[in-house]
Design a binder for this molecule. Structure first.
Ligand SMILES: Nc1ncnc2c1ncn2[C@@H]1O[C@H](COP(=O)(O)OP(=O)(O)OP(=O)(O)O)[C@@H](O)[C@H]1O
Ligand SMILES: [Mg+2]
Length: 359
């Protein structure tokens, strides 16, 4: 005979997919009735219409179905009261909110990915580093700070709005990475027009009002160029490291030098350079072609006195995977670009002093 306590113990091992806490500890378990070999459970969702309700239901019924003596599980859904939800919010934050969860005492390594020029592949590189680090076992947040030309939601295949718990924004999780982007908040293709103070306010809320939950690493996709966003973020993320992405052309390298100068001005250390589109790999033959008069990455790295962390080939797999919403490291892990991006992720982790992944 199965007992109610055994069911509760099994449920205690079920984690909420976005809050990463036990559903029992979160108070999401409502009624549990055991009738012979049948178990009937009610789960209280934090918000009505929770986008992950099917996943939660699946986790709950799987966890209980495997218990010896159980022949049927029925999982009903209910929604928390405002009071219960406020309790969850307080319990996951655990104490008063800090001005920035990523201050100097924070355990999280923050990495700003910058470039001088647009279109060098900064967002592609950032998304791939995020997925590679998640696959390596780190807990990873990815903040899309490109409020003008956000592309992270598309590249990561995440197109739903984040769940709000009162004033707390729960990041959208995709491919094991917790994401926040202005793209979640605006209707498709609406141009976002920002004035300085609004921009600062939006970035501040992305840093302080999102339940990042102390990830091992927070990657930040900066907009191209050097501007207001970098200045705002430097204040909000005082312990951040900067990685600069460039292409091999010398013109691009000169512009990228400005991104390093910006980092200098806000006193954030540049830890390395990533060169993207370093050579072309033909999809049919796999032959390698030097498209650009090269050396930009190495020249930039030498110029600012940091290592060249790697060179990513120009390969149609990278673009295709981005369009499919699954970065190439996960979509085509054996491609040359994916292999190089995984090596770069390891080097970036080393450069910022990330401890070996335990997750
Ligand atoms: N190594 C690569 N091989 C092939 N295509 C790539 C590669 N890197 C990026 N791309 C493609 O180039 C285009 C620009 O890349 P991406 O959007 O990542 O650049 P960005 O620097 O973030 O641009 P923006 O300045 O618009 O933010 C995209 O279509 C992307 O798929
Ligand atoms: Mg971009």
């Amino acid at each position: 005979m199965i007992t109610r306590d055994e069911v509760i113990a099994a449920l205690d091992r079920v984690l909420d997919p976005e809050l990463h806490r036990s559903i029992v500890a979160l108070g999401m378990v409502g009624t549990v009735e055991v009738d012979g070999s049948r178990v009937v459970i009610t789960i209280k969702l934090t918000v009505a219409g929770c986008p992950l309700k099917a996943e939660i239901q699946r986790r709950v019924s799987e966890a209980v179905a495997v218990l010896p003596g159980v022949e049927g599980v029925q999982v009903g859904l209910d929604t928390m009261t405002d009071e219960e939800r406020a309790g969850v919010r307080d319990s996951i934050i655990g104490g008063p909110r800090k001005d920035s969860p990523f201050d100097a005492d924070s355990p999280t390594k923050v990495i700003l990915v910058a470039s001088g020029k647009g279109g060098v592949g900064k967002s592609s590189v950032t998304c791939n580093l995020a997925v590679a680090m998640a696959e390596a076992g780190y807990s990873v947040g990815l903040l899309d700070a490109d409020v003008y030309g956000y592309s992270v939601p598309r590249m990561m295949g995440a197109d739903r709005q984040p769940v709000m718990m009162d004033d707390l924004i729960i990041p959208v999780e995709s491919h094991g990475v917790r994401l926040m982007s202005i793209g979640f908040m605006t209707a498709d293709d609406n141009p976002v027009i920002w004035r300085g103070p609004m921009l600062h306010k939006a970035l501040t809320s992305f840093v302080t009002e999102v339940f990042w939950d102390d990830p091992d690493v927070l990657l930040v996709d900066l907009p191209p160029g050097t501007g207001d966003v970098s200045l705002s973020l430097a204040g909000l993320l005082p312990a951040a490291h900067v990685v600069v992405v460039t292409t091999p052309q010398l013109t691009a390298q000169r512009v990228a030098r400005r991104a390093a100068a910006m980092a200098d001005r806000v006193e954030l250390p540049v830890v390395g350079v990533i060169e993207n589109m370093s050579w072309f790999i033909a999809p049919d033959t796999g032959a390698r072609y030097e498209v650009f008069a090269g050396g930009g990455g190495a020249a930039l790295a030498a110029d600012i006195g940091v290592p060249l962390l790697g060179q990513v080939p120009l390969q149609s797999d990278v673009a295709r995977a981005g369009d499919e919403g699954l970065p190439v490291v996960a979509a085509r892990p054996d491609s040359a670009a994916a292999k190089e991006l995984r090596i770069i992720a390891t080097k970036v982790a080393g450069a910022v002093g990330l401890a070996r992944a335990t997750g």
